[in-house]
Design a protein around this ligand. Structure first.
Ligand SMILES: [Zn+2]
Length: 404
């Protein structure tokens, strides 16, 4: 009886949290439901010549061209490193996070997540405290830069005492966490499933996690521009794009690969139209037996990078740098991290910002677990395709590194 009342209260509080998400959330929740009843044609490929593609560079050079600036007051500024390309700044409608939530919840539902079920978040959120609770989200946030050998016992005790929860991670940060806590600890925790997005998650790694830890996974492809979104399908092992979220096209980029071209449906904030995401896809003819949404085979170009901290442990690089969402990116023209020895990262920085201390303070605070050596340069080499490489690992593969 007691348990029943407790459960009722739990769902009631979560319903309140859901109501607080606002009209855009509910509008898209309905759109998603309806969209699943329709039939869709497979993707077709466009040619470069037939489409007026807007590159990241176009947005960097002339941002206002892509926005009705009259509505600027309904937006907030997003400064991000993205996962490829140069530091990137644009404007996002303030209701976009409500929309985003409707889709994420739909993806998470596939592993029995109900809106506002308890989550433990281990991503790029760096906070002053080791563990912070966010009531609105019903989520505990673990700060990656506070995690070290001396806090390990406390973290294990804390997680062990939690009610069943979902682990919300980047694929690479799950790898860091499972190495830090150990296989037996992960197995002993009451984890209901893994919510993982934003970067590459090789199929072999997912299968290993499902087999070793018996944990279901929800995995998706999205980006900070919020223009297109796809979920990974464990039935056909491809990605299905949500047709009501944004429009996706493909243009051939050679070697049977296609660049993902995104068009957002949003009217307010920076409009990403025929926008080259710089992510690539492989398309095949397979038809999925459970999901009607148009699908592609693989998304490529988002690899996981790892660095070795002071104590020699392996850490996912992405969350440390790409979790920074403040003015930091505006200080930079370009940045690159190189690891040549354990416990040290050389940071090459190209900046026009007069005060280097601003930049160094932010980075030192985030990368507390490794020594940073700053080098200011006038140029950082790009890859052949013109992308920035944020991280280069010079150390040869260690055993720990290749375990997965
Ligand atoms: Zn499928």
């Amino acid at each position: 009886m007691d348990f029943g009342i407790h459960l009722k209260k739990y769902y009631m509080i979560n319903n309140w949290r859901e109501l607080l998400l606002g009209p855009s959330y509910f509008y898209h929740k309905i759109l998603i439901k309806r969209s699943k009843k329709r039939h869709y044609k497979p993707f077709t490929v466009k040619t470069k010549e037939s489409t007026d593609i807007n590159s990241k560079r176009d947005y960097l050079m002339n941002l206002n061209k892509y926005e009705n600036t009259l509505f600027r007051f309904l937006t907030h500024k997003v400064s991000t490193g993205g996962t490829t390309g140069s530091p990137f700044i644009f404007y996002r409608s303030i209701i976009m996070s409500q929309k985003e939530r409707a889709y994420l919840f739909d993806i998470w539902r596939s592993i029995n997540y109900r809106p506002f079920d308890l989550r433990v978040v281990f991503r790029g959120d760096i906070t002053k405290e080791l563990i912070t609770y966010n009531w609105l989200e019903n989520a505990y946030i673990l700060s990656p830069n506070q995690i070290n050998a001396s806090s390990r016992d406390f973290i294990i005790k804390f997680l062990t005492n939690l009610k069943p929860f979902f682990l919300h991670v980047y694929p690479s940060s799950f790898f860091s966490l499972s190495r830090f806590l150990g296989e037996d600890v992960i197995k002993s925790l009451k984890i209901r499933g893994i919510l993982a997005g934003s970067e590459g998650f090789p199929k072999g790694q997912m299968e290993m996690i499902e087999k070793l830890y018996k944990l279901p996974i929800a995995y998706w492809y999205g980006h900070s521009e919020y223009a297109v979104l796809a979920r990974y399908c464990f039935e056909c092992h491809g990605f299905h794009f949500y047709p009501t979220y944004g429009k996706v096209d493909f243009i051939e980029s050679g070697d049977c690969k296609y660049n993902i071209i995104a068009s957002s449906f949003n009217k307010i904030g920076t409009r990403f139209i025929n926008y080259d995401t710089e992510d690539q896809a492989i398309i095949d003819e397979i038809k999925c037996s459970v999901d009607e949404f148009p699908r592609i085979k693989i998304i490529i170009g988002r690899e996981q990078d790892f660095f070795f901290s002071n104590d020699g442990s392996v850490n996912a690089f992405g969350p440390y740098l790409f979790g920074i969402h403040n003015r930091f990116w505006e200080y930079l023209v370009d940045i690159q991290f190189v690891q040549e020895r354990i416990g040290e990262l050389v940071v090459y920085i190209r900046t026009t910002h007069p005060d280097h201390k601003d930049i160094e303070d932010i980075l030192n605070e985030r990368f507390r677990i490794v020594n940073l050596r700053f080098v200011y340069v006038n140029n950082i080499n790009k890859t052949k395709s013109g992308k920035s490489r944020y991280f280069i690992q010079m150390l040869k593969n260690e055993t720990a590194y290749t375990k997965y």
